[in-house]
Design a binder for this molecule. Structure first.
Ligand SMILES: [Ca+2]
Length: 203
């Protein structure tokens, strides 16, 4: 009985060892094959996946950006100037018509105020010395306008007659399209765009 068992054990140990060797060999072979496949994929795979390539932004066609000519730029500036001057005229007219100040002050006599000097404050301390905050309901202007270029050749000018409470606003227009307005505004300077209630204050 015991011998039979022993004999069975003798037989079974090599079988077990053989089986283990076979399993290890298979596992090792499988692992080697798997690594080999992985290396193949790594070496043959493109640097970017097809999906990533698909998502790569294609070069944008060069848009035909609108080319703004010098003349058009000057016309845009001139349109702005005329709009600003009109807004000033309306704000000053409203101030004069509605302010409860006993003696509304438009300016000091004989001074030509320029948008290149001073701030854009609307409380009388800015470049244009009217306190628009004395308009009932508040200043119609959030800030004083300045010329689009606002340099020595292009600025807004302002002066008044303190006695008659009349005023003049000036601008230097640039574009050939708007230039004619300077000689047709009824003022005394054919080269300057003049607006207001007395166009003979600034000479
Ligand atoms: Ca003029």
């Amino acid at each position: 009985m015991n011998k039979k068992l022993f004999n069975k054990g003798i037989i079974s140990i090599p079988i077990i060892l053989f089986s283990v060797i076979v399993i290890l060999a298979l596992a090792g072979g499988g692992y080697y094959w798997f690594q080999n496949q992985q290396n193949k994929i790594k070496t043959t795979a493109p640097t970017a996946s097809p999906k990533a390539q698909f998502q790569q932004p294609s070069p944008q066609p060069v848009a035909n950006a609108p080319q703004i000519s010098q003349e058009e730029e000057e016309e845009i500036d001139d349109a702005q100037r005329i709009s600003d001057i009109e807004a000033f005229k309306a704000a000053i007219a409203l101030y004069l018509a509605t302010t409860k100040e006993a003696n509304p002050i438009l300016c000091k006599n004989g001074i030509i105020y320029k948008s290149i000097t001073g701030s854009t404050a609307v409380d009388g301390t800015g470049w244009l010395p009217i306190n628009f905050e004395k308009t009932p309901g508040g200043s119609p202007l959030a800030k004083l306008y300045i010329d689009p270029l606002n340099d020595l050749g292009h600025y807004y000018g302002y002066a008044c007659d303190p006695q008659t409470l009349t005023f003049e606003l000036d601008a230097n227009l640039e574009s050939s399209n708007y230039k004619d307005l300077s000689s047709q505004d009824g003022g005394d300077n054919p080269n300057i765009y003049e607006a207001g209630t007395n166009l003979k204050i600034i000479h």
